[in-house]
Write a protein that binds this ligand. Structure first.
Ligand code: CAA
Length: 258
């Protein structure tokens, strides 16, 4: 059985982590496969939205500690890990929306992977944490940055400095996740949300995603300028004309992605 499962459901591309024996520890091979599969969906004109799912017991329990434990020195760490960590960057740079379907453990690199997605659908059993400090290191794939932006400095400090975990309810209350559902529904709910996004005009969706990310990744002034440019740019598209015409004609718009 493959460690990364890749399938489609209509216009939704689904990638599932499937390494139950190690609670979905993110080995270099697994992350290469995830990044490649998502990159393929991002380039596939038939796909409009993506879901990255874990297993009910564990989304991912972090980077694979067995691959890291013998690394000696900063130089060795960079040599061995930089290409792997660049997979998180690649996933954070996908143009199409990506929804994480999280149940069980989302720890260390697993939490960072969920946060590199655009939205998170969590099961009631989901737990989020950056426990790297407990094994003598710190997050290396966005855990100090994305977590702080999502939940604020106070909680991020506590999680990063003590390994404190957030349960699904607290993650929902603090805005880390979009919704919390019973464990049997976390994947179907993520796919439902992805299908809703897949029905929308794709160019507008991608432009809005990039503009929201600009709000998170840059200062307000730069973010507003990026939003303005993307907004004007959409008036070059047929979908803008169709969308506004359909509204005036009181009918459902037909999106062509042009
Ligand atoms: N890497 C490699 N193997 C892992 C793993 C990981 N991150 N997490 C769990 N496993 C393995 C265990 O070694 C164990 O394997 P064996 O059965 O062969 O012994 C198996 O998965 C089941 O794990 P446990 O027996 O520990 O299960 P548990 O239910 O008692 O505990 C847990 C679950 C709390 C998630 C615990 O496994 C744990 O703390 N895991 C490590 C979490 C962690 O520290 N993650 C951060 C990694 S560093 C990182 O991610 C760096 C970064 O920023 C990119």
């Amino acid at each position: 059985m493959s460690e990364v499962l890749v399938e489609t459901d209509g216009k939704v591309g689904i990638v599932t982590l499937n390494r139950p024996q190690s609670l979905n520890a993110l080995s270099i091979a697994v992350m290469d496969a995830v990044s490649e599969a998502l990159g393929g969906f991002d380039r596939d004109p038939e796909i409009r939205c993506m879901v990255l799912a874990g297993l009910p017991k564990s989304f991912a329990a972090g980077a694979d500690i067995s691959e890291m434990k013998n690394i000696d020195g900063a130089e060795g760490a960079e040599k061995m890990l930089s290409r792997n960590l660049s997979n998180w960057d690649k996933i954070g740079s996908l143009k199409k929306p990506l929804i994480a379907a999280v149940s069980g453990f989302a720890l260390g690199g697993g939490c960072e992977l969920a946060m590199a997605c655009d939205m998170i659908v969590a099961s009631e059993t989901a737990v989020f944490g950056q426990p790297e400090v407990l094994i003598g290191v710190m997050p290396g794939a966005g855990g100090t940055q994305r977590l702080t932006k999502a939940v604020g400095k106070a909680v991020s400090m506590e999680m990063n400095l003590t390994g404190r975990r957030l349960g699904a309810r607290e993650a929902l209350e603090r805005g880390l996740v979009n919704r919390m559902v019973p464990v049997e529904n976390y994947l179907s709910e993520a796919i439902k949300l992805a299908k809703l996004i897949a029905e929308q005009p794709p160019l507008a969706v991608q432009a809005a995603k990039a503009a929201v990310n600009a709000a998170v990744d840059r200062g307000l002034k730069d973010g507003l300028a990026a939003e303005r440019r993307a907004f004007y740019g959409l008036f070059d598209t047929q979908d803008q004309k169709e969308g506004m015409k359909a509204f005036a004609e009181k009918r459902k718009a037909v999106w062509t992605g042009k």
